[in-house]
Design a protein around this ligand. Structure first.
Ligand code: C2E
Ligand code: CA
Ligand code: CA
Ligand code: CA
Length: 294
């Protein structure tokens, strides 16, 4: 009976998550609701046991052809189901608030890793670390204190840390987010707008935020190739970034043609399967020392 009552709540929330197909009782949806409930309980346990792992995907400088940094991307190391991609659990983590604990753990782990790389004898070039910040993090009153603690504990150089924020995060709460971003900027942390072009940011607001780069969403990089004639919106986005004194990172680069096009457009950085999939920490040194120059 207890489980049934929980399942009702879960079903209500499954609807809220947009999974509802019918409004009347539907066995398929009930099944989905139970699954969602199980996922939630599973995720709670995973947070308590820290069943997560951070993968790192290189970001390449198109000016030097060398790796300039890495983006930290979380995966769930499920004891039975194996490695689960973020798309399968981040939405539920967001909805339940568990994302804050997961994201803090990712930030902490990525900073620990960055500090090891900063002091690694075989790594001679400067390396940056990009971490995704979820919208939920911005409603935590102690976000700045938490970040200060992580910086202090891990001893990373904050100039090597980049935080990725989506347009919707900024636009949802312009004033509060602006204050937080300014505090992060005072700590010399770099701020990057993620998935640029997919949200609703107003250009007149954008320039007043302390952003150092715009990350062009992979959907635009993809269309650039399909639509050879006018190259789509990518040149315009690079132009916008330039005019605001921001740099550009193109995401989802999979082909040599895309790389060549981006280079001819003076895009500064690129990331994608052409260079490398996200990899485990222990493969990074090999990649850094053996990678070709693109
Ligand atoms: P994102 O921040 O836009 O990250 C880029 C995603 O594109 C990653 O998916 C990456 O593996 C994938 N990708 C990279 N290169 C290519 C390519 O050439 N082609 C294609 N098709 N895809 C490529 P991933 O790792 O599955 O992460 C998905 C999303 O989950 C991320 O999108 C981000 O929004 C979220 N996420 C991942 N880790 C975290 C985290 O620690 N915290 C938060 N809040 N969100 C995270
Ligand atoms: Ca990102
Ligand atoms: Ca992105
Ligand atoms: Ca994306």
């Amino acid at each position: 009976e207890y489980l049934l009552r929980d399942a009702d709540t879960a079903m209500y929330r499954a609807k809220a998550l947009g999974r509802a197909r019918y409004h009347v009782f539907d066995p398929i949806m009930y099944q989905e609701a139970i699954q969602l409930l199980e996922l939630e309980n599973d995720l709670r346990r995973a947070v308590a046991r820290q069943e997560f792992i951070v993968y790192y995907q290189p970001i390449v400088s198109l000016y030097t052809g060398k790796i300039a940094g890495f983006e930290a991307l979380v995966r769930w190391k499920h004891p039975l189901r194996g490695l689960i991609p973020p798309s399968d659990f981040i939405p539920v983590a967001e909805e339940t608030g568990l994302i804050s604990d997961i994201n803090t753990w990712v930030l902490q782990s990525a900073c620990q890793q960055l500090h090891l790389w900063e002091n690694h004898p075989e790594i001679t070039q400067p390396i940056t670390m990009s971490v995704n910040l979820s919208a939920r993090m911005f409603s935590q009153p102690n976000l700045i204190a938490q970040i200060d603690e992580i910086l202090y504990e891990t001893k990373v150089n904050p100039e090597n840390l980049e935080l990725e924020i989506t347009e919707s995060v900024i636009m949802e709460n312009i004033h509060a987010v602006k204050t937080i971003l300014q505090q992060l900027q005072e700590r010399r942390i770099k701020l990057v707008m993620d998935d640029f072009g997919t949200g609703y940011s107003s250009l007149s607001y954008l320039h007043s935020f302390p952003l150092s780069a715009l990350k062009i969403d992979k959907s635009f990089v993809k269309r650039m190739q399909e639509n050879q004639e006018d190259m789509g919106l990518v040149p315009a986005m690079i132009g916008i970034a330039d005019s605001m004194g921001m740099r550009t990172i193109a995401e989802g680069v999979e082909t040599r043609e895309q790389l060549d096009q981006l280079r001819s457009l003076n895009c500064e950085f690129a990331q994608g399967f052409l260079f490398s999939q996200p990899i485990e920490q222990q493969s990074v040194i090999h990649l850094l020392t053996k990678a070709p120059q693109w």
